[in-house]
Write a protein that binds this ligand. Structure first.
Ligand code: ATP
Length: 212
């Protein structure tokens, strides 16, 4: 019998969780670079429903998810998951990960350096690291020195599953977008055009009523 090579290849999925409050070009660029550099089949954006660690000025979860949707609509290898949005209670990543674990699937969790440095506070973080590779995207300008030290000190044994991703948009943040909106500055080119249009049209982040 001929070996069926195609069936033995694992599907490589990137899971990119976050508040996306709002989604910006840093998130999108890192998603796309992850596909290119780690040969991923797709990246799934997973907006948080009820973040465990409180976020300031958090827009309603359905609006944040809608902004993700319109940001990725032209990118065939990007998807959105409503798993955390639709789930009651706090958004624990271990629950999200378990939802995506399947035979024939290899998972790469995409995360920024700042968030990765808090991973030991996450529920069941050892189970998370046992079941996922990590792509840690640059957010600090120290050539990943902090991440390497943190990994050696706290995550010994998982080193081979943790990869770094260097990129030029590391200083773009949702905080920056929100601050610019609050002070009446434009956000053009920091978010995709449809996202900009939607935010401006509804006055998101400038009106108190927009927060969930
Ligand atoms: P805020 O400024 O509100 O804290 P944020 O810009 O960090 O938001 P999140 O939605 O909290 O965005 O981030 C989701 C994930 O994306 C996190 O892992 C975060 O570290 C990562 N991330 C955010 N912005 C960037 C960026 N410019 N480059 C790389 N990773 C990023």
């Amino acid at each position: 019998m001929e070996a069926n090579l195609s069936s033995s290849k694992k599907v490589r999925i990137g899971i990119y969780g976050g508040a996306f409050n709002p989604i910006h070009i840093g998130h999108l660029f890192v998603g796309k670079e992850s596909i290119r550099l780690f040969n991923l089949d797709k990246v799934i954006f997973v907006p948080t429903g009820n973040p465990v660690f409180r976020k300031k000025d958090l827009l309603d979860k359905y609006i944040r998810a809608h902004l993700v949707e319109i940001a990725i609509e032209d990118e065939t290898n990007f998807e959105i998951s409503y798993f955390e949005i639709n789930k009651e209670g706090p958004s624990y990543y271990i629950d999200t990960l378990r939802n995506f674990i399947k035979d024939g699937v290899e998972i790469y969790t995409i995360i920024g350096e700042d968030a990765f440095l808090k991973i030991t506070l996450w529920k069941d973080f050892k189970e998370i690291l046992s079941n996922s590779n990590f792509i840690v995207a640059k957010r600090l300008s120290d050539n990943f020195a902090t991440i390497k030290e943190f990994t050696n000190e706290n995550l010994n044994g998982f080193n081979k599953k943790i990869f770094t991703l260097d990129h030029p948009l590391f200083s773009v943040s949702s905080t920056l977008i929100r601050e610019r909106l609050k002070t009446g500055l434009p956000i053009s080119y920091l978010v995709p055009k449809p996202v900009e249009n939607e935010i401006v049209r509804h006055g998101y982040y400038t009106k108190r009523s927009s927060f969930g």
